[in-house]
Design a protein around this ligand. Structure first.
Ligand SMILES: Cc1ncc(COP(=O)(O)O)c(C=O)c1O
Length: 428
């Protein structure tokens, strides 16, 4: 057999892209069948084929308004400035040797520090997803303090790899895996419990989401959070603010913790940091917390950390997000009014509307009603995200590039779908 090393590479015919039916067959038989089935239902047997701005187009030509994508598409799909930045990088230096420095990773790090705007947060570690930012932050905190205990909160979601899972609550994800690799994690029942826990000797860090995303966009009580942070600081415990979902203008400020003057030791970004195109995450932390990396830069590395394409995407994304911050606030208010009206119209099935900025949850009376609404929404033209830790709630995460009419359309689709689901007996 001829190989590419000995001569010309063998001529192979490009494989045709499978059609939707074949895609689902492969996904069902070769990947996770439950996910394949859920995706088949959501797309009514069509697959996502292309996307632009607030719109996803399916293989059968149907167009859906995307207020979901688990928060990744704050700039919508294929934002031109992010696409152009990635294309420029692709044409020059898409991969780093890692032996040599490149210009994009340090430039993004400086931009993230300036953007975060906390004088104490002067160091950056770049990753590729939220989970690896969490892992890095936990390692830095443990190494810098020489302590092993970490406090996390019930309802918190920080990822599913074994280290990050140790600080994520929820039997669905932890079941069958306990004891986890980090037995020193205390999962506090609430903020008061966490405040007591951080005073325990041997505690390195406390990790919190100022607004718990996967728990159904649940803001933590501001006073209790402040008390927790004060107690942590008094005990030399690092405060890690996981803003992977709710930070970077998703809920208004760049950092919710910093805008509330909580003075965290680290802020984590991810999801929309890559402009909806590249997977990128970041730990922006204090010199003290980063101390292990000052001593030995190989203490925490990853082959694709600071990937040039991701850095180029993130740098462009930050400028575009910043340019639309004021519009995002107006859009968020508009959505809030629409959802409040929806809740008033359907009190038998909607129990609460929660959120801030461009992250909102509609809480239904029960998980079954939420599931029926969710299933009907996608076939009615609207994509939203379920909540991994709260099956009773559905999340709306609209892009900052959306217009008021998109928000109105999303609320109108919800109204129609809830009407139908109530007609089928929900809430009676
Ligand atoms: C607050 C928070 N932290 C961490 C993660 C994990 O991020 P990823 O799924 O990109 O690894 C998520 C994902 O939803 C998240 O919402």
């Amino acid at each position: 057999m001829r190989t590419g090393i000995q001569g010309e590479p063998p001529k192979t015919r490009p494989r045709a892209v499978p059609d939707a039916a074949e895609t689902f067959r492969i996904a069902r038989t070769r990947m996770a069948p439950g996910l394949a089935l859920a995706q088949k239902l959501a797309g009514a047997s069509a697959v996502e084929a292309s996307a632009d701005g607030v719109t996803v187009t399916l293989s059968n030509g149907r167009r859906l308004l995307d207020f979901g994508s688990y928060g990744v598409t704050l700039l919508g799909h294929r934002h031109p400035a992010v696409v152009a930045a990635v294309q420029r990088q692709l044409a020059t230096l898409p991969a780093s040797t890692r032996i040599l420095a490149n210009q994009v990773a340090p430039a993004l790090s400086q931009r993230l520090i300036d953007l975060t705007g906390a004088p104490a947060l002067t160091r950056v570690w770049l990753g590729q997803n939220g989970t690896d930012a969490v892992e890095a932050a936990l390692k830095f905190a443990r190494l810098a303090t020489g302590r092993s205990r970490v406090v996390a909160l019930a309802g918190g979601f920080h990822g599913k790899t074994l280290g990050a899972l140790s600080v994520t609550s929820g039997d669905r994800y932890r079941g069958g895996l306990e004891p986890l690799l980090t037995p020193g994690v205390y999962l506090a029942a609430d903020l008061a419990d966490a405040e007591r826990a951080v005073r325990q000797p041997g505690t390195a860090a406390v990790i919190v989401e100022p607004i718990q995303g996967e728990a159904g966009i649940r803001p933590l009580d501001a006073h209790a959070l402040r008390r927790l942070v004060t107690a942590a600081k008094a005990s030399g415990v690092f405060v890690i603010s996981d803003e992977i979902q709710v930070g970077l203008r998703r809920c208004g400020p760049v950092s919710l913790a910093i805008s509330a003057n909580l003075e965290p030791d680290a802020v984590l970004y991810g999801k929309h940091l890559g402009g909806g195109i590249m997977p990128v995450s970041a730990v922006v932390c204090s010199q003290e917390m980063f101390a292990p990396m000052l001593g030995d830069p190989f203490v925490h590395t990853a082959t694709f950390s600071g990937h040039p394409l991701g850095c180029a995407a993130a740098a462009a994304a930050i400028e575009e997000i910043e340019a639309r911050a004021a519009h995002g606030a107006v859009l968020g208010d508009h959505l809030r009014h629409g959802l409040d009206a929806l809740a008033q119209r359907w009190p038998a099935v909607i129990t609460e509307i929660r959120g801030r900025g461009l992250a909102w949850a509609i809480e239904f009376t029960d998980a079954e009603t939420a599931g029926r609404v969710f299933a009907d929404l996608s076939t009615s033209g609207l994509l939203v995200s379920p909540c991994l830790g709260r099956p009773e709630a559905l999340r709306l995460l609209p892009p900052i590039v959306a217009a008021a009419e998109h928000v109105e359309r999303a609320v109108a689709i919800f109204d129609k779908v809830i009407d139908r689901v109530v007609g089928q007996g929900a809430g009676k």
